[in-house]
Design a protein around this ligand. Structure first.
Ligand SMILES: [Zn+2]
Ligand SMILES: [Zn+2]
Length: 134
């Protein structure tokens, strides 16, 4: 069976694949995502954690959400590419950074999170905000 979605880090030490569809997808402009990605926002999608096969080691940085839940930002310890994130609130779900996909063009954000924290040089695109959809 051919995997629907495949991806990995910059150096290739970590690879993932799944037959699952995106559960949802979003652009998050919160300050944590800005720092974690080094960019104005994170583009990410959610997959059922048990539907993803991962090869290679992902190291995780433990943080916490504004609500106090433990969060884990996963990255490749060799090249440092941000790969995943997860929260203890939804252990059945794993988030992946969109640009880790082998074909990132299949990604489309369904909604925007923390648009009010967006930087003036990276404002949320209105077409990415579901509230602005017809
Ligand atoms: Zn790597
Ligand atoms: Zn965020």
């Amino acid at each position: 069976m051919t995997a629907k979605l495949t991806g990995g880090c910059t150096c290739g030490a970590v690879r993932y694949e799944t037959e699952a569809e995106f559960e949802f997808s979003f652009n998050c402009h919160c300050r944590k995502c800005q720092r974690a990605t080094g960019a104005g926002h994170a583009s990410a999608f959610a997959l059922p954690a048990d539907a993803v096969r991962i090869t290679g080691d992902i190291r995780e940085y433990k943080g916490s959400s504004d609500a106090g839940a433990a969060t884990y930002g996963g990255f490749c310890p060799t090249c440092g590419s941000p790969l995943t994130s997860r929260t203890e609130r939804f252990p059945e779900r794993l988030y992946f950074h969109a640009a880790t996909l082998d074909d990132p063009s299949v990604f489309q954000a369904r909604f925007v999170l923390f648009g009010e924290e967006a930087q003036p040089w990276d404002l949320p695109a209105p077409e990415n905000n579901e509230e602005n959809q017809p």
